[in-house]
Write a protein that binds this ligand. Structure first.
Ligand SMILES: [Zn+2]
Ligand SMILES: [Zn+2]
Length: 256
């Protein structure tokens, strides 16, 4: 069985609604938008693997503070998995010894707090018997989606994206995929903003789902929290024959 626990599943922060962090196991998370504020100190210390989908703030928001937390808790190190290009962006603009210290060389270069492991599109890597296949998505910056698989049960996770035939091809080609986690950011009336920022609206997602050759349940995430009710209403009016729901924070999604 594969479980995705949305620690934060929104495209911004508002009230209890948090930026993106998806927990795959107690020690592996995707993105750090909600990492610190929503997990207890004891559970934070169990996190060893942080996968970063792209450099946007809502996805890396708590990475600097998490690094500081881990170092100050006694030189606890953790691994960051992302592409070389994305890590260079994060290092150059966050861990640049100006905005925040370079925790990939603190407390020293030999045993740093952040250990970076490069990933490549199309090349599997495994963590705790779970396989991750990085997929190149169509976002305004380099962005990674994944096929996450354990024992022939898989979830396709889009990360941030606009229209993306590459993602659709992976879903159509892999019959192990039992569930789709797909970004959905703006209501239909804001399609121009969605297109300019390379995100999706319900009508855009509808057209993407029409290209999937079998029926699969869809959990949407990255809704703008202030527009949630409007987007959810439009989800209920989508034309696809698939079950589409908005992801609920702290409610685990089990796939078997
Ligand atoms: Zn985002
Ligand atoms: Zn983004």
């Amino acid at each position: 069985m594969l479980t995705i626990l949305p620690i934060g599943c929104y495209g911004s922060d508002l009230d209890y609604k948090k930026c993106i962090t998806m927990q795959i196991t107690p020690s592996t998370v995707i993105d750090t938008g909600a990492l610190l504020s929503s997990i207890s100190t004891g559970d934070l210390l169990k996190i060893k693997n942080v996968i970063i989908t792209h450099c946007h703030f809502d996805h890396i928001k708590n990475l600097p503070i998490f690094a500081d937390f881990m170092l100050s808790m006694g030189n606890n190190s953790f691994n960051v998995y992302t592409t070389e290009a994305i890590w260079e962006q994060v290092k150059a603009h966050v861990f640049n010894d100006l905005i925040w210290p370079d925790f990939s060389s603190l407390p020293n270069k030999k045993s740093p707090t952040i250990r970076f492991f490069p990933i490549e599109f199309g090349k599997h890597f495994s963590l705790e018997n779970i396989s991750f296949l990085p997929i190149e998505m169509n976002h305004i910056v380099e962005s990674v989606g994944f096929v996450i698989k354990k024992d022939h049960v898989a979830v396709a996770y889009s990360g941030d994206t606009s229209y993306c035939d590459n993602f659709i091809d992976h879903v159509n080609d892999d019959k192990d995929i039992k569930l789709l986690c797909w970004e959905l950011s703006f209501p239909n009336r804001l399609k121009s903003i969605a297109e300019a920022s390379k995100h999706l609206t319900p009508s855009m997602l509808d057209s993407e789902l029409s290209k999937i050759k079998r029926k699969l349940p869809v959990h949407t995430f990255h809704l703008k929290p202030n527009l949630e009710e409007e987007i959810k209403h439009e989800i209920s009016e989508m034309q696809t024959g698939m079950s589409v729901v908005a992801m609920k924070q702290k409610k685990p999604i089990n796939v078997e």
